[in-house]
Design a protein around this ligand. Structure first.
Ligand code: XMP
Length: 318
């Protein structure tokens, strides 16, 4: 049976009413999942819902500003918490992907707890969707990755969890967003993972390495969106850059260089559970490579394109 977004919305608003006996807090990242969950919860809980946006310092270029504008468009009043130095300090020296996810998830919860205490919240609402907990190994499935809003949750967090969208897939969330009147530039945004750029940096997360991958991601986004506008290709489902933990030899002018490698990832998917790599035209890849290596001449001297599907790979590299 086709998913009925209107029915889902009215049913969930009714169900969420049972949590109106106390204040609730929700972390909104500006992405489609958490924004939709926040608008849904706002409809049911009104002023009892407190929205928080955590600037982890692991966001894409201009993301905090875009999120601020989008919240306004959606009628959400959101408190912005700058926690970038806490995240960078917490990740110092950590290279293991699961440890990164656990540290980030733990810090998110710590910050929500602080905000929750401030507003005396009883509930924590989250925009968790089905792939988040399925891939975090709930029950019978293997733990592929601890999605930060599931696997990173400390057991004793002192807040009751509300997850109104935990049975939905991404395409259904977009239908719900549309139904709720969320502007299309919010719900048609490509997905961005909760742990942010940290899982697009293989190896240690440092301020300098965040800046490299942030710039590379911005270039990949700009070039693929420009190519789609010019109808050279369809816009992929998700597209970004990854900073690899290897350096390779190159040449800068006539001098030997030893620089970082960026991988470009672009995939087609319906819900992110499986994916095929996108056939990005060579001309577009060429331009991305030129722009990345020119913008970061002394840092990046090699760009590669990921031609792996999911499975056997995953979409993100960590
Ligand atoms: P993977 O890499 O597991 O990603 O194939 C599938 C989709 O999920 C996103 N992703 C996350 N989303 N928290 C999120 O909210 C996370 O921890 C997380 N990890 C991966 C990923 O970007 C892709 O869209």
């Amino acid at each position: 049976m086709a998913f009925d977004a209107a029915r889902f919305v009215s049913q969930k608003i009714g169900e969420l009413g049972q949590y109106a006996d106390g204040n609730a807090i929700i972390a909104t990242s500006g992405g489609v999942d958490s924004t939709t969950a926040a608008v849904l919860a706002k409809k049911a809980l009104g002023r009892k819902l407190h929205c928080v946006f955590v600037d982890t310092g692991l966001l894409r270029k201009g993301e905090a500003e875009t999120a601020r504008k989008n919240f306004k468009k959606c009628g959400l009043d959101v408190k912005i918490v700058d926690a970038s130095s806490r995240f960078l300090n917490g990740l110092k020296g950590v290279t293991n992907p699961e440890r990164k996810r656990k540290i980030i998830g733990g810090l998110f919860i710590r910050i929500f707890e602080e905000e929750a205490r401030r507003v005396q919240a009883k509930y924590l609402a989250q925009g968790t969707i089905a792939p988040d907990w399925i891939e975090s190994g709930a029950g019978i499935r293997d733990n592929i990755k601890s999605h930060h809003n599931v696997g990173g949750l400390p057991k004793e967090m002192g807040l009751l969890l509300i997850e109104p969208m935990r049975d939905l897939y991404k395409d259904e969330v977009r239908l719900v967003a549309k139904e709720l009147g969320i502007p299309s530039d919010v719900f048609s945004r490509q997905p961005f993972p909760g742990p942010g750029l940290a899982i697009r940096i293989l190896g240690e997360v440092t301020k300098e390495r965040v800046e490299i991958v942030r710039e590379a991601c911005a270039i990949v986004e700009e070039e693929l969106e420009a190519a789609a506008r010019k109808r050279k290709m369809a816009l992929p489902w998700q597209y970004f850059a990854v900073l690899l933990p290897v350096k390779s030899v190159g040449v800068q002018g006539d001098v030997r260089a030893y620089g970082c490698t960026i991988a470009v990832r672009a995939v087609e998917a319906a819900d992110g559970m499986t994916a095929n790599y996108s056939a990005v035209p060579h001309g577009v890849l060429h331009k991305i490579s030129l722009r990345i290596t020119n913008a970061m001449k002394d840092k990046v001297n090699r760009v590669v394109f990921d031609v792996t599907n999911k499975p056997p790979a995953t979409i993100e590299w960590e």
